[in-house]
Design a protein around this ligand. Structure first.
Ligand SMILES: NC(=O)c1ccc[n+]([C@@H]2O[C@H](COP(=O)([O-])OP(=O)(O)OC[C@H]3O[C@@H](n4cnc5c(N)ncnc54)[C@H](OP(=O)(O)O)[C@@H]3O)[C@@H](O)[C@H]2O)c1
Length: 326
């Protein structure tokens, strides 16, 4: 089968389309014929080993041999392991692997998949897992969002942000999204009650207004991010679209600062480390079936143009998700 692999860290030019053996499956895994994948900042961070911390998990000097890039996917089940009870060959599924979705087939643990909603295309379904899990777990689990709360999402027009705005609305919040001028209409169309144009207004000046602030951008100090919160509000630290390139820790530095500061402030500071799982995928599928949320697709690239898709996402200005047709 064809798969996108890389044998040194660097820009998208290091990627090569290779002929490799189809993966075998463990007893709890499913072989999925990939119909679509999606791109996340996670992918270029692994491709470049940026932050350098990535090297600890996939290879100190170079990527371990045989690794295939890509996490999010949607496709058709081809074979199942002995212990797999949830899926059968022919099922249309979506979900995520740690690495390996930029390929014609991939082995996926059954607890990282769910059945694809019938009305959803493969490209849309592939765009869900990493971004929507992060948004959901940040708002509902770490953020403990309850209906009626006022929520601000910084980075509302990106992969995670477009899900966060819709999920916060679906969970009953009053939502403010922060984005640039060109994305105001998009963020409003997702249900935001209010929009802050980051080119015209600094949301950190809105002192004491929000019960929960989800920061996906990572370009402000914790002191500034806490300012728009009520005295008992919650800061949810998700990521760093605009932070930490070329550093040892990258966006993890903000996460670390948050963890260190949390015991000393009255507001809650929490961090998100998304955990893909079937239960949350089913919850998201149900919301999509009821048309409460929908993936926002910016662009779709063919499988042969994955390096181009990565180049685009790396610039940090995607509007929603970027999908790959396999
Ligand atoms: N904690 C976790 O579990 C977890 C999981 C997954 C990802 N992450 C991290 O989360 C971050 C975001 O991921 P993503 O998929 O949402 O990224 P993304 O889709 O690449 O984000 C791009 C969006 O960010 C917006 N943006 C850029 N600069 C901004 C600014 N200063 N203020 C407001 N918006 C700005 C862009 O809008 P404009 O073009 O209008 O500027 C664009 O729409 C990444 O750093 C990723 O590594 C964390």
């Amino acid at each position: 089968m064809k798969a996108w692999s890389w044998d040194r860290y660097g820009p998208p030019d290091v990627l090569a389309l290779k002929d490799v053996d189809e993966p075998g499956i463990a007893r709890d895994e499913v072989l999925v014929r990939v119909r679509a994948a999606a791109v996340n900042p996670y992918d270029w961070r692994h491709m470049r080993a940026d932050p350098k911390l990535v090297r600890l998990s996939i290879g100190l000097r170079r990527p371990k041999p045989g690794l295939v890039l890509g996490a999010d996917l949607a496709g058709v089940v081809e074979r199942v392991g002995d212990e797999v009870t949830a899926f059968r060959p022919g099922d249309e599924v979506f979900g995520e692997v740690r690495l390996g979705s930029f390929a014609e087939a991939v082995a996926v643990p059954q607890d990282r998949l769910a059945v694809k909603p019938a009305g959803l295309g493969f490209e849309q379904a592939a765009s869900v897992s990493m971004a929507a899990h992060t948004a959901l777990q940040g708002l509902r689990d770490e953020g403990r969002l309850t209906a009626g709360q006022r929520v601000l999402v910084n980075g509302a027009s990106g992969g995670i942000g477009t899900f966060a705005v819709q999920l916060a609305k679906a969970l009953g919040a009053e939502v403010t999204g922060v984005c640039s001028t060109r994305n105001i209409e998009l963020v409003r169309s997702l249900g935001a009650d209010d929009v802050v144009d980051y080119g015209r207004e600094d949301f950190t000046e809105r002192a004491g207004r929000y019960d929960l602030l989800m920061d996906i951008v990572g370009d402000r100090s914790l002191a500034k991010l806490r300012r728009p919160l009520t005295s008992r509000g919650t800061l949810v630290i998700v990521g760093g679209i605009a932070s930490g390139r070329g550093r040892l820790l990258g966006p993890a530095a903000q996460v670390l600062r948050g963890k260190l500061a949390a015991p000393f402030v009255r507001q809650r500071i929490v961090t998100v480390g998304w955990k893909p799982n079937s239960a949350d995928l089913r919850f998201l599928a149900e919301l999509m079936e009821k048309e409460r949320i929908a993936p926002v697709l910016d662009r779709t690239y063919p499988f042969a143009e994955i390096p181009e898709a990565l180049r685009y996402v790396e610039r940090g200005h995607a509007r929603g998700k970027v999908a790959i047709t396999v």
